[in-house]
Design a protein around this ligand. Sequence first.
Ligand code: BES
Ligand code: MN
Ligand code: ZN
Length: 489
Amino acid sequence: MLDVAFARPSLPGSGALALLIGEDETASGLWAKADAATDGAIGRALAAAKFTGRKDQTATVLAPGGGLSRVIAVGLGKRADARTRTYEEAGGTAAAAATGDEVLTIAPGGSGPEAAHAALGAVLRAYRFDRYRTKEKPEDKPKLAKVVINHEEQAAAKAAWPALEAIAEGVFVTRDLVSEPANVLTPAEFAKRCEGFSKYGLDVEILGPKEMRKLGFGALLGVAQGSVNEGRFVVMQWHGRKGKGKSKPVAFVGKGVTFDTGGISIKPAGGMEEMKWDMAGAGTVAGLMVALAGRKAKVDAVGILGLVENMPSGTAQRPGDVVTTYSGQTVEVLNTDAEGRLVLADALWYCQEKFEPRFMVNLATLTGAIVVALGHEHAGLFSNDDELSQRLFAAGTETGEKVWRMPLADAYDKLLRSDIADMKNIGGRPGGAVTAAQFLQRFVNGTPWAHLDIAGTAWNSKDGPTIPKGASAFGVRLLDRLVADHFEA
Ligand code: BES
Ligand code: MN
Ligand code: ZN
């Protein structure tokens, strides 16, 4: 993670300087000082670039003088309309423009806390998964190591940082997990890494196949049985309300298919490598729990991860097999590629039975159909609870991890009827994301619940302002925000 420091405004004599500029603002503060120190070079360059501070507008002035390697102007749009998210995006854009420098000084303006969000954006954008690059030349590596936020209210900006740093740490936990290849990140290895997260103050419990068989997780184990890499079930708990009296926890449940070949209903070869991130739901729950613990959120939270590998083999489950879920309900497995819902069926039932949570939110790269419906802009939101849905929508708008509500209805549920068991695990092509959600709803037992189908948002194929190409960690910030806004204290 980038080093982050806070200082009162003072013109740096080296490195990169980023000026976050509102629409039609005129030079003042550090901007004016930088302009003076460079004999007006910055003002002339910005005028020549027709830089007006429009949102997302950028202009870089190389070697303007005064020892600076570059000055990066980033437009915020109307300053009065700027939100914390605006500062994050501008900070991230500045960091991307400054990878050749070791130190980036950002003059964000705005309030102290808003300035801290510019640092968060820079940190998030500078993330890189380079574990397996052994031959990269030093000159090809990004050099940026430190961000200095210059702000009049240095103390207020600095005070806002630790909580944001914890969120960034959680996001990085998720991105690391999701980026790992499936030969490394098996269910056992994933569970082991979760155990390591106890250093943040989380209680971590791991169930193996023996314990799961004893409990009767027939649906999860049916998926796992085709792989030599055994399944795991992880329960993480954060107790942040110590001494504040008992209250029900909030709960998060993640689909963790460390690789999804489809099983016997095998997927086509093209693009199958993407299925290493079919554990993004579980990865997001793990990162969220780390974020909540890291910022000492005043909430009791449970994170549950169902971890399996979906493989075809002589021991794999067959189309037509009937499994008995932990709830007692039976499922005819007509397509072994609809495996995520089977894993979640047992995890959701266990979650509500064991913890009686205030609500459950599950995250899953569940269906290709949600990508067809919503593309990569919104995750699909399915819920039995209007208030929870509205809160998730609002948290999505604030964090940029946007969700869009999709329907649930009896008519869809009926499509799951089976000739031989209580239900089948597929409902046909039309409304595929909805029938998948209907399937999950059969395992929530009336608990307030939301399902986020993140198949289209867990992985980005191009750079975004605060997310480099690759694992997005979609959901960590959204759900952290949901908790912060409604479930703390
Ligand atoms: N993991 C996939 C869904 C997926 C597809 C995620 C594309 C990310 C990108 C899931 O397990 C799956 O295979 N779903 C099937 C369900 C179908 C067999 C009913 C699908 O969406 O095709
Ligand atoms: Mn599948
Ligand atoms: Zn899957």
